[in-house]
Design a protein around this ligand. Sequence first.
Ligand SMILES: C[S@@+](CC[C@H](N)C(=O)[O-])C[C@H]1O[C@@H](n2cnc3c(N)ncnc32)[C@H](O)[C@@H]1O
Length: 209
Amino acid sequence: MSNKPSTVLEKLAAYEAAKLSTQPLYDEWSQSYEQDLVGDLGYTGHLIAANALAGIAPDKAASIIDIGCGTGLVGQELTALGYTHIDGIDIAEEMLNVARPKAIYGKLVWGDLMKTTAIETGAYQAAVCAGSFAPGHLGPECYPEIIRMVQPGSPIVIFMNGAHFVEDGYQAHIDRLEQSGVWTVIEIKAFNYMSALDRPGRLIVARKC
Ligand SMILES: C[S@@+](CC[C@H](N)C(=O)[O-])C[C@H]1O[C@@H](n2cnc3c(N)ncnc32)[C@H](O)[C@@H]1O
């Protein structure tokens, strides 16, 4: 994978436009992902998500599942904030292989979040996800799977690209889950999440009922 930021984002956009699973792309990208995104583009999605979780989950010993954990950027930030029980799940084994030696996660498991995973119902006290909701990644139809993994009352924090949020009608999915008493939405907020680009994102903070 080239280190040129424009090439990386163009490749990603091509997968998204074709609605192809991005798993092969992330497997190929794993070694240069952090340099390309954080180093070159100033990606901050992991910081936005981790800080939002810290704002709603005061118990640093809470068990947290990092959804689409990739190379572990969210886990690293949560660890720096004092959280001690973080597991991660991702579909790209090579991304997990970059996260593993960091030794910040308890369990790091392979899983496709678009299907029912092997994670037990109510296994966690919080869920966090940064950058993993988009075409070819996760879609709003996997909200119930994430909600299933956490205990009643648990915070759920999702940070995603703002254009996909609008184009793919996420607000309607979020509202439907709230109206059916599955979760309560605490806030939905806009953030730019790449300092080198105009890249609007949406932070969704909810609590399982
Ligand atoms: C942009 S990266 C975000 C990684 C990390 N959360 C971060 O903030 O750096 C998106 C991640 O979602 C994962 N992913 C995409 N589709 C997935 C799926 N269906 N199930 C699980 N993980 C998926 C990718 O493998 C990739 O690691």
